[in-house]
Design a protein. Structure first.
Length: 202
């Protein structure tokens, strides 16, 4: 567990500078304990300000507290997450830590322990040119893999869960497609040749 925490901290330190870019943000899903996860969103303060000003143009914020509240509302409206194709989890304890790199933290409870799929759509910064978001999922004994959400994938990801890894379903399908076709073709040819030999013997 200690090794896992140290590795997680190193990853968070590495991606900290990434979140200082206006067009770049990071989303971190980290398992705290069985059924409880932490959701952390890192982005530049400028990025949050730009989105909040555009979304709440008719009711601009006047205090940091109002800004924090608008950030939390913006996230709940533009970040959709589901586990095993349902949204039965509970999102609580929203906190906004303002700074050049602004951090937003939530606690997720009632997350299924037997994860099979994770689906995420993040349109938090869709109004920012060339916006992209790195997704990191931290789970003990799982491989550390970074995923990217951007305009090319409509800011959405569908992940399947194996014994020790999270896999992008769309990439998996794309890589398996040609192989499956060739396998079927080879099987058809083999059956045809075998049938031909059997027919000749008869």
């Amino acid at each position: 567990m200690k090794k896992f925490i140290i590795t997680a901290l190193l990853i968070l330190t590495t991606i900290s500078s990434y979140a200082h870019q206006t067009e770049a943000s990071t989303i971190i899903l980290a398992e705290k304990e069985k059924g409880v996860w932490i959701l952390q969103i890192n982005a530049s303060l400028t990025a949050f300000q730009q989105e909040v000003r555009q979304t709440y143009a008719s009711t601009p914020y006047k205090t940091p507290e109002e800004f924090r509240e608008m950030v939390l509302n913006h996230i709940t409206q533009n970040l959709n997450l589901s586990f095993n194709e349902n949204q039965n989890y509970i999102l609580t304890d929203g906190k906004v830590q303002l700074g050049h790199e602004t951090k937003v933290l939530f606690t997720l409870t009632r997350v299924p322990s037997n994860l099979e799929t994770i689906d995420l759509t993040n349109t938090l910064f869709k109004n920012i040119h060339n916006s992209k978001s790195a997704l990191l999922i931290l789970k003990e004994d799982f491989k550390k893999t970074k995923f990217v959400l951007n305009k090319d994938n409509n800011y959405s990801l569908s992940l399947s869960v194996t014994e020790d890894e999270f896999i992008d379903i769309n990439i998996q399908k794309a890589s398996m497609g040609p192989v499956s076709f060739l396998s079927i073709l080879a099987l058809v040819i083999a059956v045809a040749l075998l049938s031909k030999k059997v027919y000749k013997r008869a």
